[in-house]
Design a protein around this ligand. Structure first.
Ligand code: AMP
Length: 282
């Protein structure tokens, strides 16, 4: 396994591998790996000749007062885990490589970025799409892998890829959870033992919504109210949003008639956790 820190070197190697007829998979990450990340890497390895992962805590996707400086980092541990699942190349550039002095170009997807996390984290997705577009140009993947855990992000990346005619396939993989239901996240490390227990309200409330939907409930409002009631029982949690949106347009719906995304963001102390499920997608 190779670790590359230079953008030029990464781009040159990707071009050489492509010229040799190799298929390239890319898993963009911010590091501090858990099984969710590793599931994307395993899939990339199964699909492609060469698997590249990027580890980069991207400053432009963090707002003021967010956790950019304290975001957990462990390059050595991550490299070991990546090697164990058979990753070929880690691309881990420094900030000045990605955003050199005078940097002034950004990629912005409209509409899909307005609601959900886009509303509570202004500018977040502009940072995400910019860095992902750059990673696509540097690593030249045939396929790139994203988690449904960040459902809005995955939808936005698909839109950017289509709108800019980027010549690659976006593969979205299911949410990987802890045994008790908590969606895996690098930010779970921020949780105290009490908050960790309380955070189970996220997956519990989604499971309740799934069951209510299965029993015939189609009112988005009633489902949202039911979810909020379950979350509010946990005094340590602070609701950022609970929303039900069309799975394709990410616009709010009243009655559920087409596949929807049930998405929530809840703060527990320092940790802002997100989770979601889809209803009506078969
Ligand atoms: P991050 O390092 O948090 O930016 O995540 C990198 C990629 O891993 C993103 O595409 C995430 O959606 C995905 N991911 C993060 N957590 C999970 C999870 N629990 N299950 C599946 N994919 C995940």
């Amino acid at each position: 396994m190779q670790i590359i820190q230079s953008c030029r070197e990464m781009q040159k190697l990707a071009a050489e591998l492509r010229a040799q007829g190799k298929s390239l998979g890319l898993v963009p990450t911010m590091g501090y790996f858990h099984e969710g990340h590793l599931s994307l890497m395993r899939r990339s390895r199964a699909d492609n000749h060469v698997s590249i992962i990027s580890i980069y805590v991207n400053p432009t996707q963090f707002g003021r007062g967010e956790d950019f400086t304290t975001y957990p980092r462990d390059l050595e541990g991550d490299a070991q885990k990546a090697q164990n699942v058979g990753v070929d190349i880690i691309f881990a550039p420094a900030d000045k490589e990605v955003y050199p002095a005078g940097y002034s170009t950004f990629v912005e997807v409209e509409e899909l970025t307005e609601g959900l996390c886009g509303a509570s984290r202004p500018g977040h997705f502009k940072g995400v799409t910019t860095v992902v577009a750059k990673l696509f140009h540097l690593c030249k993947p045939h396929r790139a892998y994203f988690g449904q855990k960040d459902a809005q992000q995955a939808r936005i990346i698909q839109q950017m890829t289509a709108d800019l005619n980027l010549d690659l396939e976006i593969v979205v993989m299911p949410i990987v959870r802890e045994a008790d239901g908590l969606a895996m996240s690098s930010r779970n490390i921020y949780l105290s033992p009490q908050e960790r227990k309380a955070a189970l309200a996220l997956s519990r409330s989604l499971a309740w919504a799934q069951e209510a939907y299965n029993k015939g409930e189609r009112s988005a409002d009633l489902l949202i109210q039911g979810i909020k009631k379950i979350i509010e029982k946990e005094k340590l949690g602070l609701i950022d949003y609970v929303d039900i949106v069309d799975a394709d347009t990410l616009k709010e719906v009243g009655q559920i008639e087409r596949p929807v995304l049930v998405a929530l963001a809840i703060k527990f102390g320092k940790a802002r956790l997100i989770d979601n499920c889809t209803l009506g997608s078969g």
